[in-house]
Design a protein around this ligand. Sequence first.
Ligand code: SD4
Length: 327
Amino acid sequence: MSQRRKFIKQSLMGSALFIPGITAIAEAKTPGLFKGEKPLILSTWNHGLPANAAAVKKLKAGGNIVDAVETGVRDTELDMNNLSVGLQGLPDREGITTLDASIMSGDGSCGSVAFVRQVKHPITLARMVMENTPHVMLAGEGARQFAIAQGMPMEKEELSPKAKEAYEKWKVTSKYKPIINIENHDTIGMIGMDANGNLAGSCTTSGLAYKMHGRVGDSPIIGAGLFVDNEVGAATATGLGESIIRICGSFLIVELMRQGRTPQEACEEAVKRLISKNKNISDIQAGFLAINKEGEVGAYAVHPGFNYAKATLTSNDLIDSRSHFNP
Ligand code: SD4
């Protein structure tokens, strides 16, 4: 863009701040006009459809955007068919299911729990960390004790029938190898924007199946599995947590958007970075989902197969993401 055109554009933007009726431009603090629909809820994978529906219902009932992203993924935490989220998820090598979750609002407030046992709704525990403690992250037994202190019931430690069957099968060979398929990557990451442009996100998982006891993935790491900034946008991740932590994936995407990339460009750049920093990429699946303040959406994965659900007040659609190995 020529300097003159840039100047005219900036002048128009500046004057827009004072014209009644187009305050949305001033609120957005970013130079583009709003291109999407508000409110907007996005979540990873097929189970994003019912999760989005629960989030939208919460918004319609008067909940705020943090309420919506918490309520949405609580639905997935109870989904007995999902073997990567909630206490019905596949266990670690020792046969114990441990959960990771995080929640963040666009003002920078955030909370997370990692390696927690016996808690049915780790996302709600993460929100309690955010709202009721001076900390951001609680792990393991400390997180469990905090849940008890907050009045959460402790669930019995027994595998769901599906998880038990899968674990017994796995024990025959006991090989740990992350596999690229939809069944092994079912974490839910949800990002949303309310009617005023406020953002929030949530992420919850039982992590990788048959992980080492004590292993923590990207989902509870603010900046890796989830990052939200009201000034710019939000991003969330799914897939092999180690590969995502290595590049601080969600933070990277938000920062790329801050520098002017679209959500799609930012997700593609993050995947490129992830590929460059991880060996044996043919065995690694990871996918990113992002939104910016203009309501534009981006999604990209290393391998084909990643999809996400996108909901407004009147629609809820499943969309196939593009990927590096099948653009
Ligand atoms: C993890 N990112 O713990 C999670 C796994 C995942 O769908 O996304 N599963 O590494």
